[in-house]
Ligand binder design. Sequence first.
Ligand code: G1P
Length: 293
Amino acid sequence: MRKKVRIAIFPVAGLGTRFLPATKSMPKEMLTIVDKPLIQYAVDEAREAGIEHFVFVTGRNKGVIEDHFDRHFELETTLLERGKTKEFKELQRDLPQPGQTSFTRQQEPLGLGHAVWCARDIVGDEPFALLLPDMLIKAEPGVLSQMMYAYEKNGGNIIAVEEVAKENISSYGVVGRASGTDEAFIINEMVEKPAPEKAPSNLIISGRYILQPHIFDLLSSHKRGAGGEIQITDAMQKLMREQDFTGVKFKGRTFDCGTKLGFLAANIAYALDREQLREKLQKEIANLLNYRL
Ligand code: G1P
């Protein structure tokens, strides 16, 4: 029997400099896609995949994320008084159960690997999922659920990957692919943000991982990598010498909401999915495309 993946880490300490001034006093993870903050999509994806405990690695100015996952009695009472039971129920549905969340802080911006390492005591000696909320992935079932199938079959470490155009490759971690199928193949190399000519393939790491806890020991060396930061990819490359890494080319569409273009496209895509918005939005887009000031 595989050890069940119960815990997910959400690194949410980033400064969000690409979205200033919006993110001066508001965390980038609270930017909305239609009417839900980005972080809620990641938590929903994790819950759908069977995750029972949600660990947020936060930083200064991120207090509202903790508030978002708490009850709001005044709001709830007002909604009920006004007969807005649908909105009330939706708020209840989005909430983790009492005791299912943990918050810890990454005190210095030393990189993704360091953020993950900050959660080591909370996670303990268990396999865990790691979801980067910036990478919003529209998929059914969600990407983490797709990865759980591969985990149940193969165990070890699982990485979600997808193809990107060569000119974008150096913004991501890139894997080398050995034998296997798209649903589960052996990864034989990992490089963080390589130059296009040095990339082992066009398959990038899409911000979803299932990792074994030994990664924490490797991260504790605090070795700096690409961009002078402590990189999770470097620790995974080391762990690969001892444990299997399986790549899953998931079915779904990614919106890199760390970029303005990805964020805007996500808003349109998710809005087009809403029955009440779809037709009117299509007309609005058509109008805008012909509009000149
Ligand atoms: C991180 C990871 C990278 C991954 C990317 C996905 O990079 O280090 O391997 O491909 O997320 O978004 P970051 O976007 O934090 O620079």
